[in-house]
Design a protein around this ligand. Structure first.
Ligand code: COI
Length: 361
């Protein structure tokens, strides 16, 4: 159990109104905790505190600036219809943090402490949780290596921080289906690498292909595997699902794909509803063949920020492939719509929470 020291701001900011966008506005407070490797006490997390949101001062030699030893998470707090505030499966973010940490030599954080820190910060800034439909308080925990040393070794010091941002929909076109560029030159991750870990370098590595897609008039990139450039991995900042002849297919977690919490929740909901869900290798050729045979019914991405985002069109090797059948072609399909409603309904307390995913703050 953390002993969290709280210093409240003396100058609270005005709450935003209208369109919040994503990730531009920050609440009044942030959580901080340091890790120090001490010759006498050993390594330990200490000085858990909530302070007014503000800038950090860091040595320019801090390891994070040179070798990218850092991780982050994404989660949300939701406002219920009578003012309750909920987190969604926060223990999954805590567990995934420690999986990432292990891969990039950041010391683990006790999961109960992690969830306690988030709950304490959300409690203090609970008036910042927006309540318009489609909005939430996006929570960004992250850890950076702060040791001022230029040698390539694991840092001895770290800073764990949590900041929060009232946000609307992640994509500027709202719930409109996104168009996808299938990238067959750049790769995002390879097996044995860090693709499964939530570390900033994965996202830096995605930017050039993302720019290429934008320039070609597409919203997002669909990544193929790093070895054969054949098997579908994930889309931009989302996991990806396809509905083919009534079955749901999603790439298996093979080490180069992020183990999404929304991904896991969608698999559970689809199985609850009686769908067969296959987690397996899925090649781009198999997908294009399904589209051409008229059995590719829907495609959608899942993510904390993106929730459920329908995919309307794929572009692969110079050709466009429209997704969906009949009058839902290029539009959000019925399963994507149902999943969006179910997930956001559970998250905001409107629907029954059969799997105990919601945590009231
Ligand atoms: C999230 O969905 O929370 C993510 O971390 C994706 C992010 C890069 C916007």
């Amino acid at each position: 159990m953390l002993d969290i020291d709280i210093t409240q701001t003396s100058t609270p900011k005005e709450k935003p109104r209208g369109d919040l966008g994503f990730g531009h506005i920050f609440t009044d407070h942030m959580f901080l905790m340091d890790y120090t490797e001490d010759p006498e006490k050993g390594g330990h997390w200490h000085d858990a505190r909530i302070v007014p949101y503000g800038d950090f001062t860091l040595s320019p030699a801090s390891a994070v600036f040179h070798y990218g030893q850092e991780m982050f998470e994404g989660m949300k707090a939701y406002k219920g219809s009578t003012g309750e505030v909920y987190l969604f499966r926060p223990e999954m973010n805590a567990a995934r943090t420690n999986v990432t940490n292990e891969r990039i030599c950041i010391p683990p954080i006790p999961e109960a402490d992690y969830v306690q820190a988030i709950s304490a910060l959300v409690t203090l800034d609970r008036d910042w949780v927006p309540d318009d439909p489609g909005t939430s308080l996006y929570i960004r925990p992250f850890i950076i290596a702060t040791e001022p040393y230029l040698g390539v070794t694991p840092s001895k010091n770290f800073l764990f921080a949590i900041i929060m941002s009232p946000s609307g929909l992640y994509y500027k076109n709202g719930l409109e289906p996104v168009s996808i560029w299938v990238e067959d030159a750049y790769v995002r991750a390879v097996r044995g690498g860090v693709g499964f870990a939530k570390t900033g370098g994965n996202y830096a590595a995605s930017l050039a292909a993302q720019q290429k897609a934008y320039k070609a008039g597409f919203d997002q990139v669909l990544w193929l595997d790093g070895t054969e450039r054949t098997y579908i991995e994930e889309v931009g900042s989302m996991n990806v699902f396809f509905k083919v002849e009534g079955k749901i297919v999603t790439p298996a977690l093979n080490g180069s794909i992020l183990p999404g919490i929304t991904r896991d929740s969608v698999i559970t909901l689809c199985r609850d509803w009686g769908y067969t869900v296959e987690e397996r290798l899925l090649s781009i050729d198999e997908l294009i063949a399904a589209q051409q045979e008229g059995i590719l019914e829907e495609a959608f991405g899942t993510g904390t920020a993106a929730v459920i985002t329908a995919i309307g069109k794929l572009h692969y090797k110079g050709e466009d492939f429209s997704i969906g059948l009949g009058d839902t072609q290029g539009k959000i399909g019925p399963l994507s719509k149902k999943l969006y409603g179910a997930l956001t309904g559970i998250q905001s307390g409107e629907l029954e929470d059969r799997h105990s995913w919601r945590v009231a703050v």
